[in-house]
Design a protein around this ligand. Sequence first.
Ligand code: FE
Length: 179
Amino acid sequence: MLDQPKKPALQPYSGPTSPFALPEIFIQDAFATDDERLWCPMTPYSWSRPLCLNASQGYWVHLSKFRNKGEGESVVSCHRHPAPVHGFIIKGGWRYLEHDWVGSAGSYVFEAPGDIHTLVALADVEESVTLFHNTGALIYCDVEGNTTGYADVFTRIEAYAKHFEAVGLGRDYVKNFIR
Ligand code: FE
């Protein structure tokens, strides 16, 4: 029997690279189980953990953690999206007052531009963790559609910077997540 040709050993890429390419972001433990300081409080019952804050394209990717405060308590108040959002529920679950589905671990949602919704916790879910990819802004509004405020990648960068400073990591810690 003839010898099989030997497969060449795997080689890492060693060709040219662009000096303009930005470095990757790698986060070993995105849940930050050993350092609660990486979770920025947004309300007394919700936290956000930044993963990628894209200042040049106006989007941000983060983990959103909600703890239950009882059925009917709004955890993200009513807001409109002018640009798309992708959400993937990793743990727990929640629903929108305006839609008839109930998300649970493993659920994916595409929030199309123009969608307006109010995120609420579920009575029987202690804690939820969701990966969100938000583009553009959340434009907060009342139930009649009057604008009451907004959040975008820049208000998020400022909120994380303030939080990291307050917990002793320093404002510049947020730069680890900015591209
Ligand atoms: Fe939303």
